[in-house]
Design a protein around this ligand. Structure first.
Ligand SMILES: Nc1nc2c(ncn2[C@@H]2O[C@H](COP(=O)(O)OP(=O)(O)O)[C@@H](O)[C@H]2O)c(=O)[nH]1
Ligand SMILES: [Mg+2]
Length: 211
C-alpha cells in the first residue's frame, strides 16, 4: 500500500525518520526549527525567522484566537513552549507562506493511499497542528486513509517538573477531545510504558509492526 509518513514535532519527526530508514517509505519531518538532521525524511521548518508578533502582523486573523500571554511566552522562550495555540499559529503562518506546499503535492499524488501521522499529543507543535494538518490532507486527498500514531503522557513520566507534567496532560486531553469531535484518524496510542529516559524505540518498533 502506497504510504507517506509525516512526523510532527521533535519526537514525531525523529520517529518518522527512523521508520522511513527501515521501510524506505517517503517521509516528511515537520517542526518549528531544524533541531536535527534527518537521513531520510524531508524537513519542513515552520519558523521563518519572524517573531510571533511579526507573524500576527502578516496573518492578523490569528488575533481572534491567539491569547496575548502566548506572545509574551514566545518572546521569552521561542518555540511553542508546550502551547498548542502557538503550534497552531506556526501552522497558520506556514500555510499563508506556502511552506507546506511540498507536503500538499505529495498528498495529492493520485497513487498515494495512506498517510501516517506520528506525533506526541503532549507538546505544542504536533498536538497543536495535527488536526489542522489532517483536515488539510482530507481536503486535498479525500480518499486518503489517515492513521495516527500518538504518544501519550505516561511516556514522559521521566520529566521531574510537575508544571511540565500538567501541560502534558492538558495538551493530550485537549487533543483527544478534538479527535473525538472530528474522528479523522484510525488512531493508535502509545501510553503504556513508564520510561526512565526519553527512549522511544519501543514506539518505533510498534509503528513498524503495523506495516
Ligand atoms: N527532558 C526531556 N524532555 C523531552 C525530551 N524530548 C521531549 N521532551 C518533552 O516532551 C515534550 C514533547 O516533545 P516534542 O516532540 O518536542 O513536542 P512538540 O515538538 O511540541 O510537538 C516536550 O514538550 C518536552 O517536555 C528530552 O529529550 N528530554
Ligand atoms: Mg518540540
Amino acid at each position: 500500500m502506497s504510504t507517506l509518513l509525516i512526523g510532527l514535532g521533535g519526537i514525531g519527526s525523529a520517529l518518522a525518520d527512523r521508520v522511513a530508514a527501515q521501510t524506505g517509505l517517503p517521509a516528511f519531518a515537520i517542526d518549528i526549527e531544524s533541531a536535527a538532521q534527518y537521513s531520510h525524511a524531508r524537513q519542513l521548518c515552520l519558523f521563518t525567522g519572524q517573531s510571533l508578533r511579526d507573524m500576527l502582523e502578516l496573518t492578523p486573523e490569528m488575533k481572534a484566537w491567539l491569547p496575548p500571554a502566548e506572545l509574551m511566552r514566545s518572546e521569552a522562550m521561542g518555540g511553542t513552549c508546550q502551547s498548542r495555540q502557538m503550534g497552531r499559529a506556526f501552522y497558520r503562518h506556514a500555510m499563508v507562506q506556502g511552506l507546506l506546499q511540498p507536503l500538499i503535492e505529495a498528498a495529492e499524488d493520485p497513487n498515494l493511499q495512506r498517510a501516517v501521522i506520528i506525533t506526541t499529543l503532549v507538546g505544542g507543535t504536533g498536538s497543536g497542528l495535527f488536526m489542522h494538518l489532517a483536515s488539510l490532507l482530507r481536503e486535498k486527498a479525500p480518499g486518503l486513509e489517515l492513521i495516527g500514531e500518538f504518544l501519550m503522557p505516561p511516556n514522559f513520566s521521566f520529566l521531574d517538573s510537575t508544571a511540565q507534567q500538567a501541560h502534558l496532560e492538558a495538551n493530550a486531553e485537549a487533543a483527544c477531545r478534538e479527535l473525538s469531535a472530528a474522528p479523522l484518524f484510525d488512531a493508535r496510542y502509545f501510553y503504556d510504558k513508564r520510561l526512565e529516559k526519553p527512549d522511544f524505540s519501543y514506539v518505533e518498533r510498534g509503528i513498524l509492526s503495523h506495516f
